[in-house]
Design a protein around this ligand. Structure first.
Ligand code: SAH
Length: 462
């Protein structure tokens, strides 16, 4: 299995810096399923090519080592050792791990610059669909040259195989090229060797950052990357959609901020949460769906909160939280705050064992049919001693002069609830668990429609 990457950007041998592999050396890497080798068939100032060759032993595969396909004789004559497959994708991410992050101390400017790159993959499966292959890469700006491979050159009558000899050319950052290959190769491989679970969503979002949400085939890419598992695909697409809304709004005020601003609701909400936590003598807090870290910032001002963890599903938000909150802390304070990426749809040991969990204006961003999973994740597995959940009170929306009737407060909200609906939901959780629940409101209380934000405070008796 072979992949070559060439550049004519001069001095071309700087490709070695970007890949963290010296052009004069041939290096071997032992992977779980075979050996990867990197060497440079050409390395001059004007043109440089790096080759990644992956050797997989088909007999090991057939006999039950990593990636084994136990189906009789077929296992011994599979395409795995020869075609670009999920194995190659994993090899790219392991052998070129640092290059994929876009970091390069010795040539950072070059890593940040689009340079002319050509990737060649001599045997790429695409079930004979040239259009699909082009549809994956052309929207990303690649010039795609493909040649359909014959089943057997010696027997032209047998016709074509499902494989293509592919050349992708583009002026692009090397890290972007590697991310595109890392995602697209398994998308084209219907026979992925690894088990696909929610961790793969995280990888897809990480490697797809900045391009997947606007790719015309994002649904198909996501579904195939996740081995067509419908639940995972739906969660991933929901997260991609949320990322897009956040990317569009992160540097300006969101529509929700603008709508709620006249009553400085956000400030009131955060202050109410902080004072509730203080009144309960809480020390360790996890802020779930922490977003850009507005609550984290306030929490850090209170010395009684010793340990604070922020979790969000969206990378971009976490990056902003990192810049605006974590990096601004004095060194001796940094240990109090940790940020992690994670989803509230999946059980996660890292969020277990806290005195309190805050879930501020988050549930309305989830699909209704995911709330059950969220309930279990928070109240069955994470089990904080107390949990504060806030969400808009939709009845109050008529009071916002700048919000058209019937519209929700934010484009990513999947629902907004009445007080009755929210209380029924929260009471249901209490009935099904050891938590008791009390309700509060945030913002001015209107005699008819109530307060703009509603809050449930769950507490567990030791
Ligand atoms: N709590 C913050 C942010 C609210 S916006 C504040 O009050 O300012 C909602 C946040 O929930 C977003 O950052 C979004 O990425 C996050 N979110 C939505 N669904 C999530 C999920 N399933 N798991 C974790 N975070 C999620």
């Amino acid at each position: 299995m072979l992949l070559t990457i060439s550049t004519t950007h001069q001095p071309a041998t700087d490709l070695g810096y970007l890949l963290f592999k010296h052009p004069d050396k041939c290096q071997a890497f032992d992977l779980a399923f075979g050996t990867a080798r990197v060497f440079y068939p050409e390395a001059s100032d004007t043109r440089c090519t790096a080759a990644l060759v992956l050797d997989i032993n088909p007999v090991d595969l057939a006999r039950g080592k990593a990636g084994a396909n136990r189906q009789t004789l077929a296992a011994y004559v599979s395409d795995r050792p020869y075609a670009a497959s999920s194995f190659l994708s994993v090899a790219i991410s392991q052998v070129f791990r640092t290059a994929m992050t876009g970091r390069c101390e010795q040539r950072q400017d070059l890593a940040d610059t689009p340079i002319p790159l050509v990737a060649k993959i001599p045997v790429l499966p695409s079930r004979g669909r040239e259009g699909f292959l082009r549809g994956l890469f052309e929207p990303l700006g690649y010039q795609v040259n493909v040649r359909r491979l014959a089943l057997d050159d010696a027997f032209p009558d047998w016709g074509n195989s499902a494989y293509f000899d592919v050349e992708l050319s583009h002026s692009i950052r090397l890290s972007d090229l590697l991310s595109h290959l890392h995602v697209m190769i398994p998308v084209l491989d219907d026979d992925k060797h690894y088990y696909v679970n929610e961790d793969e969503i995280e990888k897809l979002l990480r490697h797809g950052e900045g391009w997947l949400s606007t790719h015309p085939l994002k649904e198909e890419i996501t579904s195939r990357y996740l081995k067509r598992q419908r639940g995972l695909t739906r969660d991933a697409l929901a997260q991609i959609a949320a990322e897009e809304v956040i990317a569009e709004t992160s540097d300006r005020e969101t529509s929700e901020d603008i709508i709620e601003k006249p009553i400085s609701l956000n400030q009131q909400r955060l202050e109410t949460v902080v004072s509730t936590l203080k009144a309960n003598g809480v020390q360790k807090i996890v802020d779930l769906g922490c977003g850009e870290g507005k609550l984290l910032k306030l929490l850090l001002k209170e010395p009684t909160f010793l340990e604070i963890l922020g979790m969000d599903v969206t990378y971009r938000s976490l990056e902003i939280a990192q810049e605006r909150v974590l990096e601004k802390l004095p060194t001796h304070q940094k240990g109090r705050l940790q940020l992690i990426q994670g989803s509230l749809n999946y059980r996660d040991a890292r969020i277990a064992g806290y005195d309190a969990a805050t879930v501020i204006e988050v549930i309305e961003h989830m699909e209704l049919d995911r709330l059950k999973a969220f309930e279990r994740v928070l109240f069955e597995f994470a089990k904080p001693k107390m949990a504060i959940v806030t969400t808009p009170n939709v009845e109050y929306n008529v009071k916002f002069e700048n919000l058209p009737i019937g519209k929700l407060r934010h484009p990513d909200h999947r629902f907004e609830w009445t007080r009755a609906k929210f209380q029924t939901w929260a009471q249901g959780i209490s009935d099904r668990s050891k938590y008791s629940v009390e309700f509060g409101s945030i913002g001015n209380i209107d005699p008819e429609v109530g307060a703009p934000t509603q809050m449930a405070i769950f507490t567990i008796a030791n």
